[in-house]
Design a protein around this ligand. Sequence first.
Ligand code: C5P
Length: 220
Amino acid sequence: RHIPVLCIDGPTASGKGTLAAAVAERLGYGLLDSGVLYRATALAATRAGLAISPGNEGAIADLARTLPVRFEGGSIWLGDSDVSEAIRTEEAGMNASSVSALPAVRQALVALQHGFQRLPGLVADGRDMGTVIFPAAPLKVYLTASAACRAERRYKQLISKGISANIDDLRADLEARDARDQSRAVAPLKPAQDALVLDNSLLTIDEAVSQVIAWWQERQ
Ligand code: C5P
């Protein structure tokens, strides 16, 4: 049977993760947070003593192809190690962005991502869900928000976890990461031709969820 996939792509800290989780919950669908796979690959490389550079592309792709990543009880595991926190640091995000620019690594993660398709459906969140991984998906949402707004959200998130942060540094970091994601040769971040763009700078989470659910229902 055909498994419906709803893609949500967009830049760093646009709120994709929160939106994708809420939409998946409302629809009773599974969730693929593809950024986790790049973050875990970068961490696996670092832990294996491999610098994240084109010279190690083949070796890192080998790690990615057999990545021992598991989602269990709200935690993310890499082998025997709970990496739920380690993969969420700003540094881990930057390393994920570097690793994700290596074409062999992207290729190595394709089958793993396709394996997330289960009935009754999947919500997939990332940068290339609609353009590369699930090109036949019936709904592709490209979620954006202004850089100022994204930096402020990231700032509040960190502060609420007791982590100190500087909003100007955060904004510079996320703009650097977006520039790299948009300019890479393979699967650059950009809206799919048939994507619907949603700017959530001025929307509450509930409003964004309602919009996406309405679009999804129009397509059933
Ligand atoms: O979404 P998240 O911030 O967790 O992703 C971390 C990094 O992984 C992104 O900056 C991007 O470079 C990369 N990524 C990607 N393709 C995806 C998901 C994430 O290149 N589908």
